[in-house]
Write a protein that binds this ligand. Structure first.
Ligand SMILES: Nc1ncnc2c1ncn2[C@@H]1O[C@H](COP(=O)(O)OP(=O)(O)OP(=O)(O)O)[C@@H](O)[C@H]1O
Ligand SMILES: [Mg+2]
Length: 281
């Protein structure tokens, strides 16, 4: 499903006066796209996600999904069916006694029939990397933090949303969990889910997303393809290059015939290629 922000602004009322969280944002994500949103703390990233799932209403402008305004033309129930929102630290919201009950909770609220709930919960639990039979009766609280997060995300995926919104999904995960997680997101996107992910982690963004929006003080600062944007200096928005890019551009400056790469696997492939050329030459 395609997403469009048309000149969207939103202010919050705060004790010290009005806070302009987003100003005049126009931005599009195509159907099946994978977009990341980055920017320094307080730049409006979570606000953008809250607006998109209609938790807050814009002061002005429109938010369209497949061309339909989410406030005037798309019933709230329909929107909730199409869109899955993974909040930051979603594992803190787990409360059911078993993984299976937890994963079925959202579907129950949306009125899914029993057979569909069984099929979808198995799919979502396996999608998040678990053995369904082994984990379905386990208490979520008996799992590790990273596993709990995967259970929380399974419960969002179980209703098969066409759009997935994720706020800082990898923060606090160890590198191994992060890698598993990036693989899962890429596979969901390949299967057709449109994804918008807020992240401070350049490595995760470069590994997964195609498009990037950079916010600065509530405004669009830059947008474009991940690889293109990372070839410019993003440090004014508090964004540092991922290790693969930092290393490849360092080696390039030192005279090695090597393209700049943002992904680990591409960097390793070009290093091997450069080594082979050096050996042959
Ligand atoms: N409920 C609220 N009431 C008042 N001000 C708010 C509220 N939520 C957010 N803000 C303010 O709006 C601005 C944007 O906040 P937002 O949470 O969207 O930032 P963010 O980019 O997600 O930051 P972070 O990286 O720290 O999560 C900030 O100045 C924040 O203080
Ligand atoms: Mg935030």
């Amino acid at each position: 499903m395609s997403i469009e922000f048309r000149n969207v602004s939103l202010s919050y009322a705060a004790a010290e006066g009005k806070v302009e969280a987003l100003r005049g944002l126009s931005w599009e994500v195509e159907t099946g796209g994978f977009a990341a949103v980055m920017g320094h703390t307080g730049s409006g990233k979570s606000t953008l996600l809250r607006l998109l799932c209609a938790l807050v209403k814009p002061d002005s402008g429109q938010i369209l999904i497949d061309g339909k305004d989410i406030h005037s033309s798309l019933p709230r129930r329909e929107l909730r069916k199409e869109m899955g929102f993974v909040f930051q630290f979603p594992e803190y919201q787990l409360f059911e006694t078993t993984v299976l009950k937890e994963v079925c909770f959202g579907m129950k609220n949306l009125g899914f029939p029993k057979a569909k709930m069984e099929e979808n919960s198995k799919w979502a639990i396996e999608k998040m990397g678990f053995d369904f039979e082994a984990v379905k009766g386990v208490s979520p609280f008996a799992l590790s933090g990273g596993q709990r997060r995967r259970v929380a995300i399974a419960s969002v995926l179980a209703s098969r949303p066409k759009i997935l919104l994720l706020d800082e999904p990898t923060s606090g995960l160890d590198p191994a969990e992060r890698r598993i997680f990036c693989g899962i997101l890429k596979s969901l996107n390949r299967e057709g889910t449109t994804i918008i992910m807020v992240s401070h982690n350049s490595e995760v963004v470069c590994e997964t997303a195609e498009a990037l929006l950079v916010l600065k003080d509530g405004e669009k600062w830059k947008e474009g393809k991940v690889k293109d944007l990372f070839s410019s200096d993003l440090s004014p928005a508090g964004i540092l290059p991922p290790p693969a890019l930092a290393l490849s551009s360092f080696l390039q400056k030192r005279g090695l015939d090597l393209p700049c790469q943002v992904k680990d696997e591409d960097f390793i492939a070009s290093l091997k290629e450069a080594a082979r050329r050096r050996k042959d030459g």
